[in-house]
Design a protein around this ligand. Structure first.
Ligand code: FES
Length: 104
């Protein structure tokens, strides 16, 4: 494969990386059902709490914030995934608890 082909694959799929991943990853669903259930405000809350934009991680590599587009939990939207664990009926208290858990 050419370098261009490898680069194209690595940069297309979000789970491929060119640098080490953060220790903890909070993924918040940004798809339609979650947006319709208050997910946009929760996403903004998570950004504020972590001081990050989506796709960024803390300088110490402890926490990363990522957007996902449907976790298959639309019936309990808004939804998130924390270190591979699914979280439904997300609210500000749950976001705060996940951030606190990540910052331990
Ligand atoms: S749209 Fe968020 S889980 Fe399906």
């Amino acid at each position: 494969m050419s370098r261009a082909e490898v680069y194209g694959v690595v940069t297309f799929y979000h789970d491929f990386r060119t640098s080490p991943p953060p220790k903890h990853v909070l993924k918040i669903c940004r798809a339609e059902a979650c947006q319709a259930s208050g997910g946009t405000a929760l996403a903004e809350h998570a950004c504020e709490r972590l001081g990050l934009e989506f796709g960024e991680q803390t300088a110490d590599g402890r926490v990363g914030l990522e957007a996902v587009y449907c976790l298959g939990l639309c019936s309990v939207a808004p939804s998130a995934m924390y270190n591979g664990r699914l979280v439904g009926r997300l609210n500000t208290a749950k976001v705060d608890a996940l951030v606190a858990e990540a910052e331990l």
